[in-house]
Design a protein around this ligand. Structure first.
Ligand SMILES: Cc1ncc(COP(=O)(O)O)c(C=O)c1O
Length: 421
């Protein structure tokens, strides 16, 4: 049964079969979602499933790449902001939600990204969605990488523009599509959308080449740097810095939720009118409350660390953990995906059924990590998504490799029947 396309008049009951399927998976110990962390995001942590099953062990399941959520200076900044400004902003950014601290954060991010203007959003999701939805309209064209994040896809769909997906990282496909569009339409805007690092696959586009194509066909480029900004490159400038295109990408959107130890997102651009238009019509800018003083203070404190020698050291440490995971798994015959040394290490599992069984086994053996299965990825390409942190020790990586090796083998040996969606 395809749960996502279920129909019928019974809006409140037509998803009952989905609930039943989900319950049976949970009863079998094969439902890894909606667990909660019962501890802070340390390398060793405790998560609890909704049925009360506890996994206490090594934590490769948190998005805190630089381990800044537990940094004393970051926590102190949060406490100070709470004490001085309280727990909430006055309203949406359009209606008094900005503060001197949020203005300073925007200026610092603009400088770091070689852009003159930054617009803050309540989440990274809202930044991608709000930017594309507001800038593009139904006469325009949006070309997205086939694996682009949900926020970018939904922003494109909601804008009403003609949407096409190009093959993952395939600049030749981008060229062919741009050529076809520009052969018949030179009057409307074209936006090409990609990511700095695709976290499910740990790979990156050739950005300078992509920019060249955009220039050739009068298209603009948007790059979502949620996973690499802060975590990679000189001063944390991510793939834009590493690939030498920092001042050139037209629209950069990002998230604080991976390396900046808080929630929130941003758009960075050199265009003053883009900034003003997105501020006014970018949905969450007008109709959703602004980042709280605590979120702003944490983003500022982490950005200060990210640009300091300590930030460089933390990036080196997290890269070393990721490398050790990759090498350890390869030595045991397992396949890690991608060619970018970033904090996310995808470990290939195979079919959805193997993935689900392996995910139950690792939780019982004391490894906190996440299963990625269909429909997020193809039904024969389930994987674990390990998230390394700067504070992990070598032994943590080695323990994770041991547990993964045992459990992935066991899952394959159990010869599971094909899974239903
Ligand atoms: C590429 C990309 N963009 C945006 C987001 C959303 O960020 P946030 O969780 O801060 O809303 C994510 C998070 O998963 C992401 O991977």
């Amino acid at each position: 049964m395809r749960f996502r396309t279920v129909g019928g008049a019974g809006l409140l009951t037509r998803n009952d079969p989905f609930l039943e399927w989900q319950r049976r998976r949970a009863e079998a110990g094969l439902w890894p979602y909606f667990r909660h962390f019962a501890t802070a995001l340390h390398p060793h942590a405790v998560v609890v499933s909704e049925r009360g099953e506890v996994t206490e062990g090594v934590n490769f399941g948190a998005q805190d790449y630089l381990s800044l959520s537990t940094h004393p200076a970051v926590r102190e900044a949060a406490v100070r902001a709470l004490r001085d400004f309280g727990p909430i902003a006055a309203g949406s950014p359009a209606l008094g939600g900005a503060t001197p601290a949020s203005k300073a954060l925007e200026a610092g991010l603009a400088q770091a990204l070689g852009a003159e203007h930054v617009v803050l959003f309540p989440t990274g999701w809202a930044a991608g969605f709000g930017t594309i939805r507001s800038l593009m309209n139904r006469r325009d064209h949006v070309l997205l990488d086939r694996l682009a994040h949900d926020s970018l896809r939904q922003g494109a769909a909601a804008s009403g523009a003609a949407v096409q997906f190009f093959d993952h990282l395939d600049n030749a496909d981008v060229r062919a599509r741009l050529h076809a569009i520009r052969s018949t339409d030179t009057a409307n805007a074209v936006l090409v959308v990609t990511e700095g690092v695709f976290s499910m696959d740990s790979d990156t586009p050739r950005l300078a080449e992509l920019l060249g194509l955009c220039r050739e066909y009068d298209a603009r480029l948007l790059v979502d740097v949620a996973h690499d900004f802060g975590a990679m490159g000189q001063d944390g400038t991510g793939q834009l810095g590493l690939q030498g295109v920092l001042d050139e990408v037209d629209l950069v959107v990002g998230a604080f939720s991976k390396s900046f130890a808080t929630t929130g997102g941003f758009l960075a651009t050199r265009s003053a009118s883009v900034r003003e238009f997105v501020r006014m019509f970018g949905g969450p800018q007008t109709f959703s409350s602004a980042l709280t003083p605590v979120q702003v203070a944490v983003a500022q404190a982490t950005h200060d660390i990210i640009r300091s020698p300590e930030g460089a050291l933390r990036r080196e440490k997290v890269a070393a953990v990721a490398r050790r995971l990759r090498e350890g798994l390869a030595a045991r015959g397992h396949r890690t995906m991608g060619d970018v040394v970033c904090p996310v290490v995808p470990v290939f599992l195979g079919t959805t059924a193997v993935g689900r069984i392996a995910s139950g086994l690792v939780a019982r053996r004391g490894l906190i990590t996440h299963l990625v299965e269909q429909p997020a990825v193809a039904s024969d390409a389930a994987r674990f998504r390990l998230q390394a942190m700067a504070d992990h020790a070598e032994q943590d990586a080695d323990l994770a490799v041991d547990i993964l090796d045992t459990c992935i083998r066991e899952a394959h040996e159990s010869r599971p029947v094909p899974a239903t969606p």
